[in-house]
Design a binder for this molecule. Structure first.
Ligand SMILES: NC(=O)c1ccc[n+]([C@@H]2O[C@H](COP(=O)([O-])OP(=O)(O)OC[C@H]3O[C@@H](n4cnc5c(N)ncnc54)[C@H](OP(=O)(O)O)[C@@H]3O)[C@@H](O)[C@H]2O)c1
Length: 294
């Protein structure tokens, strides 16, 4: 089984590469990981050549334009990577009859109310990044390929650009921090996301082999439990004073949803696995950060 991964150097891509080196990766499977230096997803010809050349059995698209605020300005670039590239990849997968694993975001929802969202709810993005990701999801679904779209949120890792590493840096520089308290969601550890995705892919392939059909669809997938950004910051920096503020006091070019609570029931029910709480994952992440800094 030859897996082709786009986004090799992102948080999730690196987690997949580490997973492929571990005992959890099935014997006989290989992972071919491409970064933006190997294949620029905004170039249709480069993407086609990469897909044709790799001869994959499964494609995993962990690449995305993830600069949420900058996306308001760089709309064309964002659209080509988040909407057009997934459409092309999905078309290739449909033609070759191979499955595609793709990633989506809580930002496809407007985030009204306080209830957990389910996957059936309509896309009502508040910002361009969310809208581009929604168009990518819709293209994958419309392509007819076997697909797993994992809709995740608040991704963090011991490496890369993320909230945990930003908080650790700011916490070392300042005695107190003002952090948004009215946006609620689930922090998601990239290595957990990769591991749960691999588990689900294996179950989905088994189901297809057993003649039960590939369980194509959108699945919320994040660590269990919910918090605010301020609550997340307090867990990262227990010895720093974190003052919670409303989003209105921290204006950003892109609007963000207040309620990013995602129901995990569909994923748990389909794949028989319950993601661990974000606090447990954060503990592991902080330990890894400490180790890597000696
Ligand atoms: N980060 C979050 O909080 C979050 C929340 C919800 C959903 N998601 C989704 O989860 C998935 C994984 O996110 P992540 O946090 O791992 O993202 P990330 O760390 O920002 O990594 C994204 C990767 O995409 C690559 N990429 C960007 N433009 C490209 C291009 N033109 N051609 C090829 N590769 C390109 C980047 O390459 P370079 O390294 O070379 O720049 C980067 O390695 C994405 O689908 C994202 O939308 C993320």
């Amino acid at each position: 089984m030859n897996l082709l991964l786009f986004g090799a150097n992102g948080q999730l891509g690196k987690a997949f590469r580490a997973l492929a080196e571990s005992e959890a990766f099935p014997l006989g499977w290989t992972l071919q990981a491409l970064g933006s230096q190997d294949c620029d997803l905004s170039s249709e010809s480069a993407l086609r050549a990469a897909l044709e050349g790799a001869r994959p059995d499964v494609v995993i698209n962990a690449a995305a334009y993830t600069a949420v605020d900058l996306a308001e300005k760089e709309q064309e670039k964002c659209e080509s990577i988040n909407a057009r590239a997934p459409a092309l990849v999905a078309q290739f997968c449909a033609e070759r009859k191979i499955p595609l694993v793709h990633y989506s975001t809580d930002y496809v929802y407007a985030g009204a109310g306080s209830a957990e969202r389910t996957e059936q709810e309509p896309h009502e993005p508040l910002n361009f990044y969310g809208a581009s990701k929604a168009r990518g999801d819709e293209a994958v679904m419309a392509s007819g390929c076997d697909h797993l779209i994992f809709r995740t949120s608040w991704v963090f890792s011991h490496t890369g650009k993320n909230f945990v590493l930003t908080m650790l840096r700011l916490g070392a520089e300042r005695p107190e921090l003002k952090i948004v308290e009215d946006q609620i969601g689930s922090p998601t550890y990239a290595p957990d996301l990769a591991e749960y995705s691999l588990h689900a892919l294996m179950r989905a392939l088994e189901r297809k082999l057993e003649g039960k059909g590939f369980p194509s669809g959108v699945y919320h997938l994040c660590n269990s439990g919910q918090t605010s950004w301020a609550g997340f910051a307090r867990a990262i920096l227990p010895n720093t004073r974190v003052i919670g503020i409303p989003s209105a006091e921290y204006p950003t070019p892109a609007r963000r949803p207040l309620n990013s609570r995602l129901s995990l029931q569909k994923f748990i029910h389909t794949f028989g696995l319950t993601p661990r709480p974000w606090q447990e994952a954060l503990e592991v992440c902080l330990k890894k950060v400490k180790e890597s800094h000696g």
